[in-house]
Design a binder for this molecule. Structure first.
Ligand code: B1M
Length: 210
């Protein structure tokens, strides 16, 4: 019988080798791939998200946990049957134009992926036209923008305005975040949601697409 509790604990501990070993043991023991993911890997990562939100875990630990989880995922994913890989929604995500900060944005992406959201990560320095092109191409449920500079957060507004001009604003929700970004600013520019951290961003997106 697969030890999902231990698997979750090793994800939380960021133990890359142990997670790979336990995942392989679970596979060899005949556990369902979906159970390994949900009860072991994702369960561990959800606890990481919660602890990070509460200030009980820090960025390097979260990154190690995500790395361990991804290692396990790589072993299980090829075994998933068609249809089992379904995601709960798609998010196009990026750091806005002129802004090169991506540590927080990457954490947001990891948390979202661990909640079975498909993330199309456009990277850093993404200008409004690139966001709009990606929305046209991927038709996401949610567009997420990150900014770390007071000078670049205005690009969020420019992007929302361009989405409106292109008639795309009503077909998706917009979530924003990053250290200088406030809920008031979000309201001012017409974003649908704001989140203070990666785990909350994931929760807000799940609420938005519910
Ligand atoms: Co820069 N930098 N930086 N920097 N940098 C800050 C942001 C700054 C506050 C430092 C300071 O002066 N005290 C300051 C901004 C001042 C301001 O505008 N208010 C600053 C500056 C000025 C600059 C430069 C202009 C410096 C220079 O060259 N003179 C320059 C600008 C470059 C550019 O972007 N064009 C610059 C460059 C850099 C580095 C490249 C060296 C590096 C970035 C490396 C990288 O990201 N790959 C860097 C770093 C590391 C920082 C600090 C030290 C740390 C940022 C970070 O990664 N935090 C930062 C000072 C600080 O914050 N203490 C600083 C950890 C990360 C997990 O948190 O990104 O806030 P954060 O993300 C959180 C939440 O905000 C939220 O969730 C995340 C996880 O909980 N969140 C979202 C983020 N995005 C979200 C999106 C969401 C929802 C939530 O929805 C979509």
């Amino acid at each position: 019988m697969a030890d999902f509790e231990r698997l979750s604990e090793e994800v939380i501990a960021g133990s890359v080798d142990e997670v790979a070993e336990l995942t392989q043991e679970a596979i060899d023991g005949g556990a369902e791939p979906k159970e390994i993911i949900n009860q072991g890997l994702i369960n561990g990562m959800s606890i990481v998200g919660q602890r990070f939100k509460e200030g009980d875990m820090f960025v390097p630990e979260v990154m190690m946990a995500a790395k361990a989880m991804k290692g396990g995922m790589e072993l299980v994913e090829p075994l998933l049957a068609e249809g089992d890989t379904s995601t709960v929604g798609t998010v196009v995500l990026g750091t806005v134009a002129g802004d090169l900060h991506d540590i927080g944005k990457n954490l947001v992406a990891m948390m979202m992926e661990s909640a079975s959201l498909k993330v199309v990560d456009l990277g850093i320095d993404v200008d409004p036209a690139e966001f709009v092109e990606a929305v046209k191409e991927h038709q996401p449920d949610v567009l997420g923008m990150s900014a770390l500079l007071t000078t670049t957060m205005l690009e969020m507004q420019n992007t929302i305005e361009l989405l409106e001009e292109e008639g795309l604003r009503d077909s998706l929700k917009v979530i924003i975040g990053g250290a200088p970004v406030t809920p008031d600013f979000g309201e001012e520019i017409g974003a649908d949601a704001w989140a203070p951290d990666a785990a909350s961003a994931k929760d807000k997106v799940l609420e938005l697409i519910d």
